[in-house]
Design a binder for this molecule. Structure first.
Ligand SMILES: CC(C)(COP(=O)(O)OP(=O)(O)OC[C@H]1O[C@@H](n2cnc3c(N)ncnc32)[C@H](O)[C@@H]1OP(=O)(O)O)[C@@H](O)C(=O)NCCC(=O)NCCS
Length: 161
């Protein structure tokens, strides 16, 4: 990761705290999910993620205003899968997404992960730019991956030794 990336993420991280979500965060997480995605996950599914009923983890980035962003990921060393990442629209472009991504990489590295995978919509150029700056590279395309509109997913990965 380059220095500019780390400086920006560090400045956002300084005003954020990161922790596993609790059910008290569910309203904040759903507000972001609904504002960010045309096909948001249902509240009940998100609640199950927070309760840990799936095999993924949901972490929130919190600032003075509450939940500013969240991410959902799975860790099965030596691999991790970033399933979802979103930032409150009013907080976007202030380094929160970067800080969450950097937090993910720190957490999974400590758990023995050497490769992180994710899927991103082919039309989502903003997210693709964020991931490219973090060093993710395109390794595959899943045709018609998204059920809501049949859009392709780009499969990205970041690997380190
Ligand atoms: C993608 C997302 C998480 C980025 O979060 P963010 O907090 O706005 O991102 P940051 O402020 O940390 O920006 C990091 C980099 O992302 C890219 N980026 C972020 N917003 C951008 C925009 N509006 N236009 C172009 N690039 C943008 C830039 O490369 C930026 O670096 P820069 O500011 O130095 O140019 C956020 O836009 C979001 O929640 N989008 C909706 C949900 C979504 O698409 N999630 C990804 C699913 S795979």
């Amino acid at each position: 990761m380059n220095t500019a990336w780390s400086d920006a993420a560090a400045s956002a991280a300084a005003r954020l705290s990161f922790r596993a979500a609790t059910l008290d965060d569910l309203d904040g997480v759903m507000r972001i999910e609904r504002a960010c995605f045309d096909a948001p996950w249902p509240r009940s599914v998100m609640a199950d993620e927070i309760r840990g009923l799936g095999c993924s983890r949901l972490e929130v980035a919190v600032d003075a205003g509450g939940v500013a962003g969240f991410m959902i990921f799975q860790v099965i060393p030596p691999e991790a899968h970033l399933i979802n990442l979103a930032v409150t629209p009013g907080d976007q472009r202030r380094g929160v997404g970067r800080a969450l991504l950097e937090r993910l990489l720190d957490v999974v590295r400590d758990e023995g992960v050497t490769t992180v995978f994710l899927e991103v919509r082919a039309s989502n150029l903003v997210a693709q730019r964020l991931y490219a700056e973090a060093g993710f590279e395109r390794i595959d395309v899943r045709r018609g991956y998204y059920a809501d509109n049949g859009e392709d997913a780009l499969v990205l990965s970041l690997r380190w030794d």
